[in-house]
Design a binder for this molecule. Structure first.
Ligand code: PEP
Length: 251
């Protein structure tokens, strides 16, 4: 059985004080039985990670960063390595988010290097992928997501997949209020699982969690998470409000 996962991607939101308050509200509000049934992660800005790591220690809520650099060390001013993240410590890192692909020109090849850095330093990865509206409207969505998965993760061994979670995030649904229908999401998730099976084997495909992301809210989470191949959600906007994030965890 795949344990469900609800992961909050805070993006570049909250200063230290607001972020700490939000984290405490989440921590105080999530029930133990919910944490037994569902894994919960927070992906916070780099500046917040050390304090959050201390605060979340032993809480059952996982902590992650939203990016890492593709090289291990060196003259890359302003960048943060996977080794630095592991030393905080955080346990997780989000890679390949569409905003990184779009605004920072991250290619599948660069993201593949980042995945290697993360795994080499003991971090677990949420690998984001998903098509643009234009790609969906020209009926290229299956091809696009297949290329993103093959080029970003195709080099991994079957064993390495135990540290990978996928997050299907159609770009047209991120932060737009438009959600993919449960059927549209399920179709891509089933296709992705089938692809993992071809790339590795059926056991790995069955064990790998595939999250949905894109305007998930308490009101639509239950239907999405009820689909056979949707194992939870990557949450942006609704993760910045403790009540709506908790509502999604409850769903
Ligand atoms: C995201 O950015 O990962 C995301 C899913 O955002 P939102 O929930 O705001 O669409």
């Amino acid at each position: 059985m795949r344990k469900r996962l609800v992961a909050g991607n805070w993006k570049m939101n909250t200063d230290m004080q607001d972020g700490y308050r939000l984290l405490k509200d989440i921590l105080d509000g999530v029930r133990e039985d919910e944490l037994n049934a569902c894994e919960v992660h927070v992906y916070a800005p780099f500046t917040h990670l050390k304090i959050f790591s201390n605060t979340l220690n032993g809480s059952g809520i996982g902590l992650g960063a939203q990016n890492c650099h593709q090289e291990s060390v060196g003259a890359y001013t302003g960048e943060v390595s996977a080794e630095m993240l592991a030393s905080v410590p955080v346990q997780h890192v989000l890679l390949g988010h569409s905003e990184r692909r779009q605004y920072f020109n991250e290619s599948n090849a660069v993201i593949a290097q980042k995945v290697d850095q993360a795994l080499a330093n003991g971090l677990k990865v949420i690998y984001c992928y998903g098509e643009t509206l234009e790609e969906r409207e020209s009926n290229k969505h299956f091809e696009v997501v297949e290329t993103q998965i093959r080029e970003g993760l195709g080099h991994l061994s079957a064993d390495q997949w135990s540290d990978i979670t996928l997050a299907y995030e159609p770009v047209w649904a991120i932060g737009t209020g438009k959600t993919a229908s449960a059927e549209q999401a399920q179709e891509i998730h089933a296709h992705s699982r089938d692809l993992i099976s071809k790339m590795t084997n059926g056991d790995v495909a069955n064990a790998t969690r595939i999250l949905y992301g894109g305007s998930v809210k308490p009101g639509n989470a239950g239907e999405l998470f009820g689909m056979a191949d949707i194992d939870g959600g990557l949450i942006g906007g609704a993760a910045l409000n403790a009540d709506s994030f908790k509502g999604i965890i409850t769903a």
